[in-house]
Design a binder for this molecule. Structure first.
Ligand SMILES: CC/C=C\C/C=C\CCCC/C=C/C(=O)SCCNC(=O)CCNC(=O)[C@H](O)C(C)(C)COP(=O)(O)OP(=O)(O)OC[C@H]1O[C@@H](n2cnc3c(N)ncnc32)[C@H](O)[C@@H]1OP(=O)(O)O
Length: 299
């Protein structure tokens, strides 16, 4: 097992400091006789079935799988490893935290930090999305918990979404409820999924949909009993993997390239927009009030 702290090179020649200790000794991980492998990093658990060519990433950043910079760093590394290893043709995204798929962006990364931190954080968010959205693998989201905002974006970036039938597991882009604005590429992905009118309605009101509503609006493809989420994701995956890779990948790229290029061509401007927006006093105040409300909810 090798614990490393190094640098990860991202697009545009920028680097993201790998702060976390990440286990890169994946290949040395437990390898069962049945072709099952298990990679371990602190916040991202990767299980894989080599024979089937399917990997499962389980988010493991308790309590709510918020997309902290450390989580994103580990996640991007795991995604890259899987993408570059031609063994894997399919990837299931799910959560190891009971009842929560992902609470979205980590609000603590967006509050009370300096401008360089906001820029670094936003670059990591962009990178995560581009890697997910343009993955050559089939991505199936097995959504086993609440999935607001950035959590919803991760699910929307998959090729197919299976949601557990539990009214507490709401999904949607709720940014306006926090007094912030979903960036244009979040909006584009939502429009591509549920259409312009439904997206406009959902985005302006910051709607979080219960499973039956999410199915109705087309935000998810299937709603199943909670104990069938993983098995359903697996059988969907098998169906998708029956399609020849080259044909499916070219089709996926044809459908998604324009949306991704829209961000790629203005990545730096998008970072600057985020930094100047999030560092405004009024936005800092909104985020702090929202975080405080979340904390007080318990008491
Ligand atoms: C012009 C425009 C230009 C540029 C763009 C500008 C702006 C940027 C937009 C960025 C887009 C943003 C996307 C996002 O993802 S923002 C995050 C949105 N997320 C949420 O609203 C979810 C908030 N959380 C919840 O609703 C609940 O926590 C949840 C997930 C339903 C779970 O509920 P529960 O199990 O009851 O757990 P608690 O609420 O008690 O939470 C436990 C613990 O976690 C803390 N926490 C929750 N969510 C977050 C989070 N997103 N970030 C950080 N911390 C979070 C919560 O405060 C509790 O902490 P404690 O210390 O009290 O234990």
């Amino acid at each position: 097992m090798a614990l490393v702290a190094g640098r990860k090179t991202f697009a545009a020649g920028k680097t993201l400091l790998l702060r976390a200790g990440v286990w890169l000794g994946a290949e040395a991980a437990a390898r069962g006789g049945n072709g099952a492998r298990r990679f371990v990093s602190q916040r991202v658990l990767v299980e894989s079935d080599v024979t089937a060519g399917i990997a499962t990433i389980k988010f493991k950043n308790p309590p709510v799988n918020s997309l902290s910079l450390e989580f994103l760093t580990e996640f991007i590394i795991c995604l890259e490893k899987l993408e570059n290893d031609k063994t894997y043709r399919g990837l299931i995204l799910t959560s190891d935290c009971p009842g929560i798929f992902s609470a979205g962006l980590d609000l603590r990364e967006m509050c009370g930090k300096n401008l360089a931190h906001y820029a670094e954080y936003w670059r990591a968010i962009q990178e995560t999305w581009l890697k997910l959205y343009l993955s050559n693998m089939v991505l199936v989201a097995a959504i086993n918990g609440a999935s607001p905002a950035g959590g919803c974006l991760m699910a929307l970036s998959s090729d197919y979404r299976v949601l557990a039938d539990n009214p507490r597991y709401r999904i949607g882009l709720n940014e306006t409820l926090l007094g912030i604005v979903a960036p244009f590429w979040f909006k584009d992905v939502l429009v591509n999924t549920i259409g312009h009118r439904a997206a406009e309605h959902a985005l302006q009101l910051g709607l979080l949909f219960q499973p039956t509503e999410a199915l109705q609006v087309g935000m998810v493809d299937q709603v199943v009993p909670e104990d069938q989420v993983q098995s359903t994701a697996l059988s969907v995956m098998t169906e998708w993997l029956a399609i020849p890779d080259h044909a499916r990948q070219l089709t996926k790229s044809m459908m998604r390239k324009a949306t991704a290029d829209n961000l790629i061509k203005q990545r730096e401007a998008d970072i600057q927009n985020f930094v100047s927006f999030v560092s405004r006093d009024s936005i800092q105040k909104s985020l702090q009030v929202y975080l405080e409300k979340l904390k007080q909810k318990k008491h």
